[in-house]
Design a protein around this ligand. Sequence first.
Ligand code: AMP
Ligand code: MG
Length: 354
Amino acid sequence: MIATEIIKIDEKNIKNPEELKKLRKAAEIIKNGGLVVFPTETVYGLGANALDANAVKKIYEAKGRPPDNPLIVHVANIKDIYKYAEVTKTAEKIIKKFMPAPLTLVLKKKDKSLDCASPGLDTVAVRMPENNTAKKLIGLAGVPVAAPSANLSGKPSPTNAEHAIKDLNGKVDIIICGENCEIGLESTVISFNSDESVNILRSGYITREDLYTAGARIARQKNADNLEPPRSPGMKYTHYSPDAPLYVLSGDEKNIIDFIKKEIYNKNNKTGFLCFDEFLEYFEDNKNIALISIISIGPKNNLREQAKNLFDALNKFNMIGVDIIYSVEPEKTGVGEAVYNRLIKAAGGKIIKL
Ligand code: AMP
Ligand code: MG
């Protein structure tokens, strides 16, 4: 255990001297080899100086992260992407179109300076975040910042400061508490083939349609949603799992409602039901409501809202302490691809067809 300083920051006024002072202090800690949790637009990040092998090692220890799962390096400006990585033609097009963005590019390393973020690989994953607090913090630190999500390895990602505190209080130097994350899902991760086509290694808020529209040719690949053999090391681990076993229910609305009602009548389990707004009315008069915790992640057709609320819902089920969780199945188009991907991974691939 180490003493963790928990600092509230007013993200809307980070240029105020008071707020800047807090960020300067956190930036110093990063520069000097410490660990800082900070808000980004995707999820809260656990940052350390990516040039300092000891500092990066501390990230792995704090999270309990498998040592061969490489880290994303965050930079405060586009110039730094070029400083550390070989930017191909397509990559340049994508950088110009999107960055700063919830998008990570896996590129050839220019030299060995970022070796500790992706040991044994000749590539590095880089992202320039859009969130002003994150950008300012990284800029003030003056070093590239390796930052995975600020949660214990395998657990749901933190989309607010409270989630990050629960997992990392006592394991990091500072936790900067800002606003809830606007996007709520980790960045889209892409890599580039020698023919300049693009692989989507992890789906996210920037969709395959967004990339295609920007002129990227998406390589023919199996759907990133599947639990297929890992293409990048990070894809082989269980991820995002809530404490209780999670099952995704696939089928029509009526069958799902019948299934859930039967479940709560037949068992004394405390059941969690993760659903869309449209399902809520079916449970309004339920006598056994005490046995079920229903959390909606938004309207059925609002995929961005679902993205924003998914991890918060999984974290809430952990806080409530349910025995089993059933979830409806999100649509797989657009941002829904990423929501579906996170949910299926959180469920460890357990789908019940109804
Ligand atoms: P996380 O830090 O948990 O958000 O995950 C970062 C993701 O980026 C993981 O899926 C990593 O495997 C992936 N990643 C990071 N660096 C590389 C790299 N050099 N090559 C391929 N994938 C990478
Ligand atoms: Mg993560």
